[in-house]
Design a protein around this ligand. Structure first.
Ligand code: IDP
Ligand code: MG
Length: 169
């Protein structure tokens, strides 16, 4: 426990169902601090790295389709980092069990999740489940400068010939 960060992702079903506000309200009950947030598309490579621990599961391919928005025709997710005392367990508690049918009905997954006919647990949010997982996931989803706190050691790298899209003058 102690002061720790955790990664939260509102999955494509959460955005599709306009649940963002409700979910943020529920999460704010924890009194944890949001230290990073963005709406983004999820590239397949990022999805596969994020769920690498499940790559042997029969539902893996469908899970990648889910998190990349292919199932809902909604390619946005909202990724956030919450920080504070016992952040990981506090958020997991409000999120509820992985299987939405077993989740506490007042938890986010219990209230808004469902099981798709494909068998995938459509459970609205992701939340890191350990400090190691949080570190791995936060480094996957965010760059150091997108987070308003220094969570992990950084280094400076000089890039040459970087091609970057900018607003047209
Ligand atoms: P978690 O999201 O509660 O940490 P994980 O085991 O890390 O659970 O699984 C990641 C996601 O994969 C779940 O949130 C859910 O969407 C999906 N999932 C996990 N286990 C199953 C399963 O047995 N059947 C269908 N989908 C599953
Ligand atoms: Mg997990």
């Amino acid at each position: 426990m102690g002061m720790e960060p955790t990664l939260v992702i509102i999955k494509p079903d959460g955005l599709k169902k306009s649940l963002t506000g409700d979910i943020l309200s529920r999460l704010s009950e924890t009194k944890l601090k949001i230290i990073a947030a963005k709406i983004m598309k999820v590239p397949k490579e990022l999805a596969e790295k994020h769920y690498q621990h499940l790559s042997k599961e029969p539902f893996f391919e469908e899970l990648i389709r889910y998190i990349t928005g292919k199932i809902h025709g909604e390619n946005r997710v909202m990724a956030m980092v919450y920080y504070g005392e016992g952040a990981i367990s506090k958020i997991r508690e409000i999120a509820g069990a992985t299987n939405p049918e077993e989740a506490n009905p007042v938890s986010i997954r219990g209230a808004y999740g469902r099981i798709l006919t494909s068998g995938i647990f459509e459970n609205v949010i992701h939340a890191s489940s350990s400090q190691d997982e949080a570190e791995r996931e936060i480094k996957l989803w965010f760059e150091p400068d997108e987070i308003v706190m220094d969570l992990y050691p950084t280094e400076e790298k000089v890039f040459e010939k970087v091609i970057k899209r900018v607003w047209k003058e």
